[in-house]
Write a protein that binds this ligand. Sequence first.
Ligand code: DX5
Ligand code: ZN
Length: 248
Amino acid sequence: MIAPSILSADFARLAAEVDAVTGADWVHVDVMDGHFVPNLTIGLPVVESLRRATDLPLDCHLMIDDPDRWAVGYAEAGAHNVTVHVEAAADPVKLAARLRAAGALAGLSIKPGTPIEPYLELLRHFDTLLVMSVEPGFGGQRFMPEVLDKVRVARRHVDAGHLRLLIEIDGGINEDTIVAAAEAGVDCFVAGSAVYGADDPAAAVAALRARAEAASALTPTAATASAAAATVFQRPGGAADERGDRPR
Ligand code: DX5
Ligand code: ZN
């Protein structure tokens, strides 16, 4: 799965920019509050407008303080997946339940310096894991390959049936770095500058997908798991319907 990040899009033309990546699986929306990260982007009103402007599922990545207070609003606004940072959430398990009750998938993100082991048990309550491969806050940074060890740990737990998670990676993904990420077992690749910095964003999405699929094909576990994850998490009416939530 490919999720272009509109952080690198032209904010004055957002609807058109989202239209430009219609081959994508999800649209990644970076919400920053100028506190949890030293940058300020967009918030709930823009997500509400985007929801009306596209049929693509919105993947909201909240880089904000106090997500326990704000995150459910994004689920209520129609986000498909709402990801909060473990470094910011006071009660992640309760928050995940509230996000699911509001009809969204619940996502947990970990910064590059945050280990995954202390949170493996907690991840049983989440649908998606967003492994940051740059320090959150800005697009266009260099990929940090050392975070792939965390992807491998998560992949092993998913493949063993201990966790049921879609594994995302975010930061510095391009046609080169996506190969190692796919081999490590990532299901969903967020890419900002590699998509919106390209002359043809739709072609960039297709090229990223081709590279990821080729790499996964050489690592059968990742390929099988990724296909299963796409079925469970991508199709409207899949996991959400099983929980009685409305598809989105
Ligand atoms: C960074 C954001 C990313 C960003 C990725 O804090 O969470 O989603 O848009 O941009 P690239 O792909 O350019 O690293
Ligand atoms: Zn992001």
